[in-house]
Write a protein that binds this ligand. Structure first.
Ligand SMILES: NC(=O)c1ccc[n+]([C@@H]2O[C@H](COP(=O)([O-])OP(=O)(O)OC[C@H]3O[C@@H](n4cnc5c(N)ncnc54)[C@H](O)[C@@H]3O)[C@@H](O)[C@H]2O)c1
Length: 248
């Protein structure tokens, strides 16, 4: 029996990178997956890959920063699969020119809006449905940048630190409803986009990834653990999947 047999999971940013790996991994563990993704082609392809493999998935075009979209993605889980068990807040990214003095003011706001507000907004609509369900799990996406200081990636680090704090706060608030709230904190992960960016503006730090750069499936496996009953007494925590980076 799969680790998510019979569970209904909503994964944001499920069209590419870590989210795409999670869509396929969670489905292979028995989950029915709602792919909430802003890029239509990528989101539809992720859902199709699951269906082609014999699983159940739907794509709902979702911009996690738009309240109506966030609400509709949660509603699609209920209307298509009857309930919601797990929200995996994966959508997020860093932007160029993200430094306090030399960077762009717009970059600060769009980073906070996507990473922190998007996570908060999806949770706002998912939590009432998880309560109706008698419990469930939220897995948020932090970063090593929320756990240690990195240079010239200030708004991103602040957004991910905020997600870690939000994770703890929601965990305490909703434990009585049997909702667990945790986060994964990936190190540099070789998604196609991250690999390209690394070529264009190397961030260094490779020597702190003692087990090497992570691959999307490594982060998805950490998220699967937190989403599953294997983590039934774990809440409020941030799990670094970091090749030893934050232990350096
Ligand atoms: N790749 C890394 O090195 C790394 C390291 C630490 C943390 N993370 C975090 O992991 C998560 C996934 O990153 P990734 O590297 O797989 O990124 P990615 O860019 O490969 O995939 C992110 C997906 O999110 C989608 N997305 C972007 N904005 C969205 C929005 N407003 N609404 C819905 N979907 C949206 C994109 O279309 C894309 O499909 C992010 O939260 C990121 O901050 C990544």
């Amino acid at each position: 029996m799969g680790q998510l047999e019979g569970k209904v999971v909503l994964i944001t940013g499920g069209g590419n990178g870590i989210g795409r790996a999670a869509v396929e991994l969670f489905a292979s563990e028995g989950a029915k997956v709602v792919v909430g993704e802003v890029q239509e082609e990528a989101g539809a392809a992720a859902a199709k890959a699951v269906v082609d493999a014999g699983g159940k998935a739907i794509f709902v075009r979702t911009d996690v920063t738009v309240p109506e979209n966030a609400e509709a993605a949660v509603a699609a889980a209920i209307s298509n699969f009857g309930k919601l068990d797990v929200l995996y807040n994966n959508a997020g990214r860093s932007f160029e020119n993200d430094a306090t003095v030399d960077g762009d003011i717009d970059v600060f706001w769009k980073t906070i809006q996507l990473n922190l507000f998007g996570t908060w907004l999806m949770s706002r609509f998912a939590i009432p449905r998880l309560i109706e369900n008698g419990g469930g799990a939220i897995v948020n996406t932090a970063s090593i940048a929320g756990l240690v200081g990195l240079r010239k990636i200030d708004a991103y680090s602040a957004s991910k630190g905020g997600i870690i704090a939000l994770t703890r706060s929601l965990a305490l608030q909703y434990a009585e409803h049997r909702i667990r709230v945790n986060a994964v904190a990936p190190t540099k992960t070789l998604t196609p986009r991250a690999a390209k960016l690394d070529d264009e503006r190397p961030t260094g730090g490779g020597d702190r990834n003692h087990l090497g750069h992570a691959m999307p499936i490594d982060i998805a496996r950490g998220a699967l653990f937190l989403a599953s009953e294997n983590a039934s007494r774990i809440t409020g925590h941030t799990l670094p999947v970091d090749s030893g980076f934050t232990s350096t």
